[in-house]
Design a protein around this ligand. Structure first.
Ligand SMILES: C[S@@+](CC[C@H](N)C(=O)[O-])C[C@H]1O[C@@H](n2cnc3c(N)ncnc32)[C@H](O)[C@@H]1O
Ligand code: SF4
Length: 274
């Protein structure tokens, strides 16, 4: 019998009625802070400068309390529904302390029925990666890490206003692969003054790590961003189209299936949250 069938025994002998249960849910938790605001980003994210020891100026305890209150207020809408995936996105959730992340997952566990094999993804910025921190996140239950790599080219990382360099990106991927069962790499193409060759080189390097998932985004100029006000010199439409075609072919030949506009996964590696 399928898992999604529940049975109620009626008050009449030998009569069973089967009802379809509602499908499981995924839970998205937003973390709205970053070390620095990137000039192209229109996500709900706000800069909180780090003092260098992973401590930042946001009030973690207060935010965790607010998240809990928000979840409790939503519970009547989802009674009885199981949770099969959690996505902790941002912003930069890897600015959360190990204790803070552990508290967050404990608060969720205490309030929602979770599948035993639940997928728990967390987004991280390569500029805020520490080995011990990753190990602690994993011990708390995170089993999938999504890294905002964007490019392996220092010139392009600088043009994007990123806080990390290519070597930190490589190091972050290695640490993530040693720590988590599943890892995603976020890449962007159509970057300021980027050639097709350079975009291909970025993707080839990403593929060399053999992560099961790659998210490939075309850099877009979003309203109300610094890039929209002061546009950088982007490749023209024909070049970007050529890039996209070639990048998609490369992913296809490396056995990544495109299952969403910007999401590519190897077999059994799709993100449940997408
Ligand atoms: C919400 S961000 C979280 C990742 C993390 N904060 C970081 O940047 O390292 C998710 C991804 O969206 C993509 N993204 C953000 N702004 C974009 C834009 N204007 N155009 C294309 N992709 C964008 C980036 O690849 C980024 O890694
Ligand atoms: S680190 Fe990520 S979420 Fe934060 S501003 Fe940059 S792209 Fe946006």
């Amino acid at each position: 019998m399928s898992e999604s069938i529940i049975q109620f025994k009626l008050n009449k002998p030998n009569k069973l009625v089967s009802l379809l249960s509602l499908p499981p849910l995924t839970l998205y938790v937003h973390f709205p802070w970053c070390t620095k605001k990137c000039p192209y980003c229109d996500f709900n994210s706000h800069a909180v400068p780090s003092n260098g020891s992973h401590q930042t100026n946001f009030d973690e305890a207060l935010y965790l309390k607010a998240l809990c209150a928000d979840l409790e207020a939503s519970l009547p809408l989802i009674w009885g529904r199981r949770i099969h995936a959690i996505f902790i996105g941002g912003g930069t959730p890897s600015l959360l302390s190990a204790a803070g992340l552990d508290q967050l997952l404990a608060d969720i566990r205490a309030r929602l029925p979770m599948d035993a094999d639940i997928e728990i993804t967390m987004e991280a910025n390569p500029g805020s990666v520490e080995v011990q921190q990753f190990k602690a996140y994993q011990a708390s239950g995170v089993n999938r890490l999504s890294l905002g790599i964007q490019s392996f080219n220092d010139q392009h990382l600088k043009a994007l206003g990123r806080i990390h360099q290519a070597d930190e990106a490589r190091q972050a991927i290695r640490i993530a692969q040693e720590t988590f069962l599943r890892v995603n790499i976020d890449l962007m193409y159509g970057l300021p003054e980027q050639t097709t060759q350079q975009a291909m080189q970025d993707l080839k390097e990403a593929l060399s790590f053999e992560t099961g998932h790659i998210s490939l985004y075309h850099l877009t100029l979003e309203p109300n961003t610094l890039f929209a006000s002061f546009p950088p010199p982007l490749p023209d439409e024909d070049t970007t189209f050529e890039m996209q075609e070639m990048l998609h072919q490369l992913l296809h030949h490396a056995d990544y299936d495109r299952y969403e506009i910007s999401a590519f996964a190897k077999k059994n590696q799709r993100c449940q949250h997408n």
